[in-house]
Design a protein around this ligand. Structure first.
Ligand SMILES: *[C@@H]1O[C@H](CO)[C@@H](O)[C@H](O)[C@H]1NC(C)=O
Ligand SMILES: *[C@@H]1O[C@H](CO)[C@@H](O)[C@H](O)[C@H]1NC(C)=O
Ligand SMILES: *[C@@H]1O[C@H](CO)[C@@H](O)[C@H](O)[C@H]1NC(C)=O
Ligand SMILES: *[C@@H]1O[C@H](CO)[C@@H](O)[C@H](O)[C@H]1NC(C)=O
Ligand SMILES: *[C@@H]1O[C@H](CO)[C@@H](O)[C@H](O)[C@H]1NC(C)=O
Length: 430
């Protein structure tokens, strides 16, 4: 039965490869198409395609910066982003189409489950890309004043005249924004008086070019602001990098969510209420549960330790003792007549084709077994294959495990905040 299901999935997968993406399809009901930033529908594709190796190395560097940023959030202390001399564009990987203002202006905003606020580049912004929201053309745009309740929820608020301004850092960037409100339309749902930061100035290059849609669960997040409409429930299915012509979906609200889905409780760290922590209890490689010291996985709201699900990191990062145990067992189970090699931060690569064991994340109440597609990356020439996970950066006192988007691809991930649970089901994202 299982085997049949898998062959069917593979058949569909193969048939669907090569289909043209439908970039102009309008989003309907509460479903938004989700595009990979390298999708033919994305304006953010690199202008000069990178080689596979360059791309992997750049993605790893971006991930490193993001994991450091996420670690600094939980540790509540700033971590200096690594400066590698190269330009690291640390924007999240997936974008959705949102319409802002009246009449609506379309922007392709980055999805980020580990951030609350939304920000949008506005006319006159210094350091933003050329696609901006022209607020002067929107009849429903409103600047928010210092007296507004929301002004107390933004980081570092200041008043200029009566305007509420705020600054924050995002990865290696800083942003300065005016707190504002306008109608945002997601698929066909208008959200009137949506509060966001109208960007006035940015530095660095971590800021997504057409704005950020925060899907965290703290104050000012989309979830908090659309409580009545979506009841703090959403799910997504992220398309694989290898099927760039696919789009996935972001489904907002409880309607249409899968009924057959496994759940694990969501945990809340009061110091970082926006992050989605889960209880990762053990990891199995093939049939063997690997030996990981409990402290490497334990949830600890005081230190920020534990495991989060993040849509913006590409490759899963485990703290060193957990990663080492997984990697060693993985290597033991890959029996090929070749030595292990490395590629950048990936330390388990092979120059010959391999058959890899599955890896199972054993969460409280839910086992998620990942097939090869979620575990291995292959060079375009097929000459190198790597285990697509890495150790958390060791130059910070790292305590955070991050389940990243490559490991979530072709699964539906359901965030059910009212019931404090996270659901996972296999799904081919088309
Ligand atoms: C995506 O579509 C383009 C244009 O039709 C095609 O040339 C390309 O091969 C497709 N890519 C994949 C990965 O299917
Ligand atoms: C942002 O605030 C500054 C300072 O108060 C003001 O000059 C500017 O017009 C505001 N911009 C927007 C878009 O509200
Ligand atoms: C925010 O950034 C602006 C522009 O960089 C700066 O002038 C201002 O002092 C900053 N405000 C705060 C509260 O850090
Ligand atoms: C693996 O490395 C060892 C030591 O460097 C070498 O002797 C051996 O020939 C290598 N094996 C293969 C299959 O390349
Ligand atoms: C997960 O798998 C283990 C065996 O490796 C099993 O003992 C456990 O009951 C499973 N958990 C769930 C929730 O199915």
């Amino acid at each position: 039965m299982k085997t049949h299901l898998f062959s069917l999935v593979f058949l569909l997968f193969s048939l669907a490869q090569g289909l043209h993406p439908k970039c102009d399809t309008q989003d309907h009901s509460s479903n938004l198409q989700v595009f990979h930033i390298y999708s033919p529908c994305s304006p953010f594709k690199p202008s000069k395609p990178l080689s596979w190796e360059e791309d992997v190395l750049q993605t790893l560097a971006k991930d490193q910066a993001r994991v450091q940023y996420l670690s600094s959030l939980v540790a509540k202390k700033s971590v200096v982003p690594i400066a590698s001399g190269r330009q690291i564009v640390q924007s999240p990987t997936y974008i959705v189409r949102a319409k802002i203002g009246t009449p609506p202006q379309t922007l392709l905003m980055a999805m980020d489950t580990s951030n609350d606020a939304a920000w949008i580049p506005c006319t006159g912004c210094l350091g933003c890309s050329s696609t901006v929201f022209d607020y002067a053309k929107s009849t429903s745009f409103m600047p928010l004043g210092c007296q507004a309740a929301q002004c107390k929820q933004v980081p570092n608020p200041t008043c200029d005249g009566s305007a509420c301004l705020f600054n924050m850092t995002y990865g290696g960037s800083t942003i300065a924004a005016n707190l504002s409100s306008d109608t945002i339309t997601l698929a066909t749902d208008p959200v009137p008086a949506y509060t966001f930061g109208c960007l006035q100035k940015t530095t660095g290059n971590s800021v997504p070019p057409q704005g950020l849609l925060g899907l965290g669960r703290g104050p000012l997040s989309l979830l908090s602001q659309t409580q009545n409409l979506y009841q703090s429930t959403f799910s997504y299915c992220l398309p694989s990098f290898r099927s760039l012509n696919f789009s996935g979906s972001l489904r907002l609200g409880p309607v249409g969510q899968p009924l057959r889905i496994k759940y694990t409780p969501l945990l809340k760290n009061p110091r970082r209420p926006s992050l989605y922590f889960v209880n990762l209890m053990a990891i199995r490689v093939g049939r063997k549960i690997v030996d990981i010291p409990p402290s490497a996985l334990a949830f600890n709201p005081t230190t920020g330790a534990g495991t989060i699900i993040d849509s913006g990191t590409v490759f899963t990062r485990l703290v060193a003792p957990a990663y080492t145990a997984v990697r060693d067992e993985f290597r033991r189970r890959v029996k090929v007549a070749a030595n292990v090699t490395s590629l950048g931060g990936f330390d388990t690569c092979y120059n010959v084709p391999i058959v890899a064991p599955t890896i199972t994340f054993m969460f409280a109440g839910m086992n998620v077994t990942l097939p090869q597609d979620n575990l291995l990356i292959h060079s375009t020439a097929g000459s190198i294959t790597c285990l697509a996970m890495a150790s958390a950066p060791d130059n910070v006192n790292s305590v955070l495990n991050v389940i990243a988007n490559m490991q979530q691809q072709n699964h539906r991930i359901l965030f059910d905040v009212p019931n404090s649970r996270l659901g996972v089901a296999r799904e081919l994202c088309t």
